[in-house]
Every structure is written in structure tokens, then in C-alpha cells.
Design a protein around this ligand. Structure first.
Ligand SMILES: *Cc1c(COP(=O)(O)O)cnc(C)c1O
Length: 384
């Protein structure tokens, strides 16, 4: 058995970003400044979007996206139950109502037909989530949005590298939100980004993310001399710091190299588990790039002889950390109490919620780490 604990989702931090952070500390410019501007510029180039606005989380990115669209109480936003709480919470933060629709029984992604069925005169936006890094059916979703005059905001927290039919995620919909939280494919500690091709929305996001101060207020204490600013909206404190961007700049430069490594690990897992009594991730759809953010197995007690939670417990005893992505939104007490959701309302999402387990998948893993995971899983499933 391995000696030290393999932490799920531990980031790979290298010397370039360590030195960059130290350099920021030495110059004293810790807050929003030139490194944030550089990170935004490089992220813009990476996605091909016209504007990239750095913020301090994907949660902030989602919240700002809905604010600048003017969403308000009485509005409805359609999303999937198979997501992190932030997707639903930020809909609630603007006073709107989350409307969940079930996911596809193969891909776990939001089902476009069910989106269409859930549209009412109050629907304003759709938030597809590219769960695990696999792209949603954006052709169908964009088509629905156009026909019903809705805005698409992509939750791309798992999908920094994802491409859909030749198009880069970040340059498909009106607004796209990314995360650089510690477990994501690239990290800044906490951090997020909104991309858009709409200049007006971009200007508003920038402003709303920093107290609603007029443009470039972050330069107000720079060596250009003091600048007056004006408050034009009661904004938020969502700006990214240079200390965070210092990490992100170097992480972003490695993202495609790291994706190759993630692909290698993915293939090793697919081969190693092919004959086990568990469900593996489905094949990629043609002409798409999967970001390989999460590798998930479905553990069905009937077939595997062990429940998902027992399986996670056994791996934990063998020093392998795993995760659950996710317990569906409709299974949490707040949303059940507030919206009356029952497990049977979204049977596919409930099925996945009870069976899904995410294995370690990161550029930090060595081949011997991967071997340890594979061995531990074989032992666990043979021992039942
Ligand atoms: C991580 C995550 C978020 C939130 O990202 P933060 O940067 O932690 O705010 C939102 N949606 C999904 C699907 C996520 O995985």
C-alpha cells in the first residue's frame, strides 16, 4: 500500500509561478495591477474571445454575468442539477429562480430537449455546465436560445481547454465563466474569468467587479499620480489580485502540455478498468476536445457488489483520495425546502449522484501514483 496520502485534486505548482509571486511581493504591488492585465490578455488569446475579465472566483464570474444582463426577481434561469452549488446559488443571488432540468443518461450533461420543455415567458438565460470537461451540445443549446431570445452563460469551470466543433469554449456563447480554484486544471488559489465578445458587457463586468468605480480605478494609487474615481453602480469586491495572476500566467502557459498528460492518465485508467464491473466515461463526441478535468466511475452496488460510499471508504483506507461531482443540486436541503425538489424529479441526475466517484487526475501525478490508484481499485473490487 502507498505510504503517503494521495490528495484528490492537488495542484502542480512550479518555480516560475513561485518566483513570480515572490517578485510581486517584493515590488509591493499585491492587488489588481499589471499582472492581472497580462493574465487577461493571455487568456483572451487562449480562448480567442475579444474580452477576458479576471475576477476572484468563478462564483463571482457567474454572479457578475447575470447582474450585467439585468436579471432580477421573477426571472428564471435554466440549468442542470449535476453541478456545483455556485451555479444555482448565483442565480439566487440576483434574485432570479433556478429551474433545473435533468441530464442525459450517458453524458451527464444538460439535455437540450428538456431545456426546451422548461421554457416559460419568464425564462431569461440558460447555464449549461461542461461537466468533467466534456462539452455540452452547444449547437442545440444556442439554437434554443436564439429561437426563444435567451442568453447562454456557460459554466466552464471544468472546461478551460474544451473545444466544441472547432470552436473554443470561451468564444461560443455571450458569456463564459471559468474557475482557477485549487482543484481545477489551472489554478490561482482562488480565481475566475469571464470571457465575452460584447464590449458593453465587458465594461460593466470590469466596473461591477470593483465597487462600481469608473474605469481603471485600480490605478488610483499608482505612480501616475492620484486619480479621482466616480461610483456609477453599487458594485462588488470581486477583483483578482496580482498575487493570483502571477500564478495564473505561468499555469496558463502549460495548460496544453498538461492536457496531454491528463489524456495519458485518462487512457491508462480506461484500459485498466475496462473489464471491471463499473461504468467508465463514454467516448468523446466527434470534433470535440474534452478538458479531462474529472475522470468519473459509476459504482452500482448491484453490479460492483459495493456501494459508491463503501468504495470511497476502501480507497481512503488505501491512502487514495477521491471526490464526488456531484450530489445533485436537487438533493441538497436548501433547494429541496425552497423549491420542493424530489429525487424522482430528475431521475438521471439522481442515478449519477448516487454512483459517481472522481479519481485523482492531475498533471502532478506520477506513473507510480497512477499505478497505486489502479491497484487499489482492482483490490477493492476483487475483495468484495
Ligand atoms: C468550481 C466550480 C464552480 C465555482 O468555482 P469557484 O472558482 O470556486 O467559485 C462553479 N461551477 C462548477 C461546475 C465548478 O466546478
Amino acid at each position: 500500500m502507498r505510504e503517503n496520502y494521495l490528495v484528490f485534486g492537488s495542484p502542480l505548482i512550479q518555480d516560475e509561478e513561485i518566483n513570480e509571486v515572490v517578485q510581486s511581493l517584493k515590488t509591493g504591488w499585491l492587488g489588481t495591477g499589471p499582472k492581472v492585465a497580462k493574465f487577461e490578455e493571455e487568456f483572451k488569446q487562449y480562448t480567442g474571445a475579444k474580452y477576458a475579465l479576471a475576477v476572484n472566483s468563478c462564483t463571482a464570474a457567474l454572479h457578475l454575468s447575470m447582474l450585467v444582463l439585468g436579471l432580477k426577481p421573477g426571472d428564471e434561469v435554466i440549468t442542470t442539477p449535476m453541478t456545483f452549488a455556485a451555479t444555482a446559488n448565483t442565480i439566487i443571488h440576483v434574485g432570479a429562480t433556478p429551474v433545473l432540468v435533468d441530464c442525459d443518461p450517458e453524458t451527464q450533461l444538460i439535455d437540450p430537449q428538456k431545456i426546451e420543455d422548461a421554457i416559460t415567458p419568464r425564462t431569461r438565460a440558460i447555464i449549461p455546465v461542461h461537466l468533467t470537461g466534456r462539452p455540452c451540445n452547444m449547437d442545440a443549446i444556442e439554437d434554443i436560445a436564439q429561437r426563444h431570445n435567451l442568453t447562454v452563460i456557460e459554466d466552464a469551470a471544468h472546461a478551460i481547454e474544451t473545444k466544441y466543433k472547432g470552436k473554443k469554449v470561451g468564444n461560443i456563447s455571450r458569456l463564459t465563466c471559468f474557475s482557477f480554484y485549487v482543484t481545477k486544471n489551472i489554478v490561482t488559489g482562488e480565481g475566475g474569468m469571464v470571457t465575452t465578445n460584447d464590449e458593453d458587457l465587458a465594461n460593466k463586468i470590469k466596473m461591477y467587479a470593483l465597487h462600481g468605480l469608473s474605469r481603471d480605478a485600480w490605478k488610483r494609487f499608482s505612480d501616475d499620480g492620484y486619480k479621482h474615481y466616480q461610483v456609477v453602480f453599487p458594485g462588488y469586491k470581486y477583483n483578482m489580485m496580482d498575487l493570483q495572476a502571477a500564478i495564473g500566467i505561468h499555469q496558463l502557459r502549460r495548460v496544453d502540455k498538461w492536457l496531454e498528460r491528463r489524456n495519458e492518465i485518462w487512457t491508462m485508467y480506461q484500459q485498466a478498468f475496462a473489464k471491471l464491473p463499473v461504468e467508465l466515461p463514454p467516448a468523446d463526441e466527434a470534433d470535440t476536445t474534452h478538458a479531462r478535468h474529472l475522470y468519473t466511475l459509476m459504482i452500482d452496488k448491484e453490479k460492483a457488489g459495493i456501494s459508491r460510499d463503501e468504495f470511497m471508504g476502501k480507497l481512503h483506507q488505501k491512502n487514495i483520495g477521491t471526490g464526488v461531482h456531484y450530489l445533485g443540486i436537487h438533493l441538497h436541503p436548501y433547494y429541496q425546502d425552497t423549491y420542493g425538489y424530489k429525487p424522482s424529479d430528475f431521475p438521471n441526475a439522481t442515478w449519477f449522484s448516487e454512483r459517481t466517484v472522481s479519481l485523482p487526475l492531475s498533471a502532478k501525478l506520477s506513473n507510480s501514483d497512477i499505478e497505486d490508484v489502479i491497484t487499489a481499485i482492482h483490490e477493492t473490487l476483487q475483495g468484495v
